[in-house]
Design a protein around this ligand. Sequence first.
Ligand code: ZN
Length: 537
Amino acid sequence: MKRLAIIGLDGATFELIHPWVEQGRLPNFARLLEHGASSGLRSVPNMNTAPAWTTFMTGKNPGKHGIFWFAEEGNAAGKVRFVTAADRDGASLWRLLSDGDRRVCVMNVPLTYPVEAVNGVMVAGFDAPSTSSRNFTFPENLLADVERRCGPYHLHVPVIAHAEAGRRSRVAEDILKAEETRVSAAIDLLQSEPWDVFMYMIKATDMAAHYLWDYDSPEQHDLLPVYEYADAALGRFAEAAGEDCGMLVMSDHGFGWRQPAAEYLNDILAQLGYMGKAQSHSEGATWRAFRIAKRLGPRAKGAVKRLLPGAYSRFGYRVRFGGIDWSQTRAYCDNTRSCVWINLRGRNPKGLVEPGEYQGLIDELREVLLALTDPSTGERVVEAAWLPEEIYSGPHTSSAPDIQIDWNYDRPVKGLKYEGRLGSAESKESAKGTMNALTGAHRPTGILLMSGPQFGPPGSLEDAKLQDIAPTVLHIAGLPVPDDMDGRVLAEGLAEPYGSTPVERGAAKKGEVMSGPAYSDEEAAEIEDRLKALGYL
Ligand SMILES: [Zn+2]
């Protein structure tokens, strides 16, 4: 097969790329746009990184692959359980390519930990506990040689302290320094390993945008160095891969300012009598304790985690659900995610709502959500309130939150208000105003650029979605597309003979990852820090 390099740009958006391309700041993006096919790329409904990359690599919607978030509720255990690649239902693109005798080199893609025994090499992404964790790479000792040649490989760099202190240039600097340790390793492997399909994901574009998105600046100057770095990296990957190699550049979702509306939602639910607040526990106090823990130096914090790992990893649970009196709660949210859950008997450990009351309650909550306004403007703030079966399909659909909210993105709200048939409520106090170092958040439309011998004329894609990438890659690799994939081959973006070759369908396949121990409490605490600092928990 003709070789293909896939470069993921986490959270990259054309809203930034197009103006900077016009200003001549991103020459490699400019070349891809000029010579290749491109379009927006529709993300998964909740725009979350974990299901989005899993949809990318399985060609399936989350209702089929079963991953909706980085963490499961864990209401029964009273702590957060992190999701890994072992939770994925179905074969990854890497498995299917490997089984088809194509060689892969895959690095830094989220939700690939624990790694798979692929035909080729694999390095897991930032949701792995550490570079020394078992099953971080395949084969096991892959990184030792790379680090000998390229220097230390930094999986993740914490920058929230810089962001909170307003040291914006340090945020970008540290993120790019860590990214460069990975990019140089990726280029080393790209050149030293044989492969048919190569993939590396650049994390910097997402991470920097979470901290550096500026509500008041349409130009987003602070993100320009990050996109310039990504642009230069695209040039380096393209040059190292050679002219005969196709390039597919994509992001898992778009980006914009953060809509903080979910932080007011539990207060509204409580005022309307759907949720009971626990007397003994204040969410604000938990956040303050969490912030004090974060201020401890890394060594002291490490010691706390080692001594009290269970207590530490329960922090996240308490932050999200600690303020809830389950005996008085029929519906709740977690102050972060744009969802409402029903406290259903038979499903939730302290379930209150009888199955027969479920639909009536859903209808009521939808009515409340769709009527919510921002008290400072009087404008409606919810575009849609989706039930699982309206946005997902497949055996895992019932694991999705009971209601997924699609906010209005005209402006960040300053509170929430409901007045109507079901009562009245108003909240102006965010449950976690403490996390305001996070100014950016995900949007539904990412990017797709395809250029090289396998791809067709510029600007020729129609309604491309994240689940279309895996079938498209399999098709140009000359392999069958499994029956259970939801995505389609983006034939209109392909050169001949790929564009007119009929798509061969094959049987669905099971996935398999290297078996490894579940996260230890200490590792879970480390992951939790990382995800919380990005606003994912
Ligand atoms: Zn993100």
